[in-house]
Design a protein around this ligand. Structure first.
Ligand code: CDP
Length: 220
């Protein structure tokens, strides 16, 4: 279903490449505004975890689609954040495992997976005001929202940030896969406000976004 056919609450889209600072900014922004924070990457990661857990090869599209068709993907709210459960399991502490980092871009390029995630995001937007971070939130999932931001940082800074989180994550490979896939690639939505966070604190980025939201007419 196209998003314009549904009655959504307000949605602030924060898109950008890996380790660009999306999560810290989106979470803090949601807290300030009293909106629900949604990490769409976490949903792609949860689905990837589930597929790996079931022993399904990410190229085995038939089995993958079959497994997802019978999986119960639900979301719940905890402390102002949307959490994802699959078959009643919350895989939150497994989402940044090496094997998930390695496979998530392959899983998230599949239309069947993107459809599930978009549906979950649309459902959530029917009941709450949201700050949603991801890759295609402003361009594809909520193209009608007037509140779109694209946060970026230099490749060196992004690598440093990910290393500081203690993760082995090939972000350049993931960025390349996310930007070049045919379905919902990472792009800067034409009406997005772009912020380079390389030398900005989270607080500065949040302030810039809040100022821009005010200008755009969001009643805060
Ligand atoms: O936290 P980080 O920026 O490393 O990535 P993430 O937001 O957790 O997203 C993990 C992966 O999910 C991305 O590399 C994309 O392959 C996929 N993703 C996507 O395709 N579309 C989104 N809206 C969000 C994530």
């Amino acid at each position: 279903m196209h998003s314009s056919q549904r009655d959504f609450h307000r949605v602030i889209a924060i898109d950008g490449p890996a380790a660009s600072g999306k999560s810290s900014v989106a979470r803090e922004l949601a807290r300030r505004l009293g909106f629900v924070y949604v990490n769409s990457g976490a949903i792609y990661r949860a689905i990837t975890w589930y597929i790996l857990e079931k022993g399904i090869h990410t190229e085995d599209l038939a089995r993958l689609a079959q497994a997802l068709a019978s999986a119960a993907v639900t979301s719940c709210l905890r402390d102002g954040e949307s959490r994802i459960l699959i078959d009643n399991v919350d895989p939150a502490d497994r989402l940044r495992d090496d094997r998930v980092n390695e496979s998530v871009a392959r899983v998230s390029r599949l239309p069947v997976v993107r459809e599930i995630v978009a549906q979950k995001l649309h459902d959530r937007a029917c009941s709450d005001d949201l700050v949603v971070e991801g890759r295609d939130i402003g361009s594809v999932v909520f193209p009608e929202t007037p509140y779109k931001f694209y946060v970026d940082a230099s490749p060196e800074v992004r690598l440093q940030r990910r290393a500081a989180q203690g993760e082995r994550d090939e972000i350049a490979l993931r960025d390349q896969a996310d930007s070049s896939r045919p379905v919902s690639p990472l792009v800067i939505a034409k009406d997005a406000h772009v912020i380079d966070t390389s030398y900005l604190t989270v607080e500065k980025v949040v302030q810039e976004i809040l100022a821009r939201l005010k200008e755009t007419g969001l009643r805060i």
